[in-house]
Design a protein around this ligand. Structure first.
Ligand code: ASP
Length: 310
């Protein structure tokens, strides 16, 4: 029987304490075992308002909400009144007046979800804001890593998220990546050691170890998370070409050899720039596990944000 508890926004991973993260990810693993999903969101209405392009995150949230029985209304941004000059605040206030149970938003401007939250009385879930945060991506990355190292998670009712001593290299346009930002906040809380690997123009200011050479640090890594060059966020091209970048930072099979290492990427992948084609079928590549885990994590996140107690 579900009851309603406190509602929450999810704008950044830092809004979740460790206990809440355990609850959400353990719930995601429990949902993975269900033949029929519980209809915990029956009679709930969820609006998705994606003001920036998306393939995985939008469909993943919509499938997640529908799996649990919610009605999902997608704001068709290209046909919405935003294109007639309506402010995002007015759009938000109008959507709110239709009494949705949650709004999931993606926006090119960092801070847009908080801005919207001022005009809205239901939970806001951030599906990615500018280069700043993508909390559900980091949660699904953490789940993918934890389930790989603790395969007992899949058969147990509790979840082990202790990744102490595991070493992850985040490679690519880290400076402009909201995926990196959310992972930089989340992963160290579970014991992961992070090295940032990128050319100087893609590195943020940081106290973490950094490297300009994947070859030099690959022996010291258990996990590689590759990130797409965020060309849409560059005001000017500060690098030669993506092909030049690929020479040093594309992950290739001959570089991995038979190393015991797993590969992650949030997608979309720049083929043969981020990751060589022949690695997609390698069983160390966990990209499609990430996508499957994404639906489960978002189911659990929506329940959490709506305050549904199981
Ligand atoms: N899909 C991820 C995001 O929305 C990563 C990317 O676009 O490169 O941030």
């Amino acid at each position: 029987m579900e009851t309603l508890g406190t509602m929450h926004h999810l704008i950044q991973t830092s809004m979740l304490n460790t206990q809440e993260i355990h609850t959400i990810l353990s719930r995601a693993n429990t949902l993975a075992k269900q033949n029929l999903y519980p209809q915990t969101l029956k009679n709930k209405t969820i609006i998705t308002a994606f003001f920036e392009n998306s393939t995985r995150t939008l469909s993943s949230f919509e499938i997640a909400a529908k799996n649990l029985g919610a009605k999902v209304i997608r704001l068709d941004v290209s046909r919405s009144s935003t294109s007639k000059g309506e402010t995002i605040a007015d759009t938000a206030a109008n959507l709110n007046a239709m009494h949705p149970d949650a709004i999931i938003i993606r926006h090119k401007n960092a801070g847009a979800p908080e801005h919207l939250a001022r005009f809205i009385t239901c939970p806001i879930i951030n599906g990615g804001d500018g280069a700043r945060a993508h909390p559900t991506q980091a949660l699904l990355d953490l789940l993918t890593i934890a389930n790989h190292y603790h395969q007992e998670n899949l058969n147990s009712s509790s979840i082990n998220l202790n990744l102490k001593g595991k070493r992850i290299g985040i490679i690519g346009d880290i400076k402009n990546s909201r995926v990196a930002n959310s992972n930089l906040e989340l992963l160290p809380r579970f014991g992961l050691n992070i090295t940032l690997i990128a050319p100087p123009h893609f590195l943020p200011k940081t106290n973490l170890p950094t490297s300009h050479s994947l070859k030099d640090c690959i022996d010291k890594l258990d996990i590689l998370m590759s990130l797409r060059t965020q060309t849409e966020r560059h005001s000017a091209q500060v690098y030669g070409s993506l092909k030049d970048y690929a020479k040093d930072f594309c992950i290739r099979k001959e570089m991995l050899k038979d190393r015991d290492i797993i590969l992650l990427h949030p997608g979309p992948v720049h083929h043969n720039i981020d990751l060589a084609d022949d690695l997609f079928l390698d069983n160390r590549c966990k990209i499609l596990n990430q996508v499957s885990n994404g639906v489960l994590v978002r189911m659990a996140v929506i329940e959490h944000c709506l305050g549904i107690k199981i």
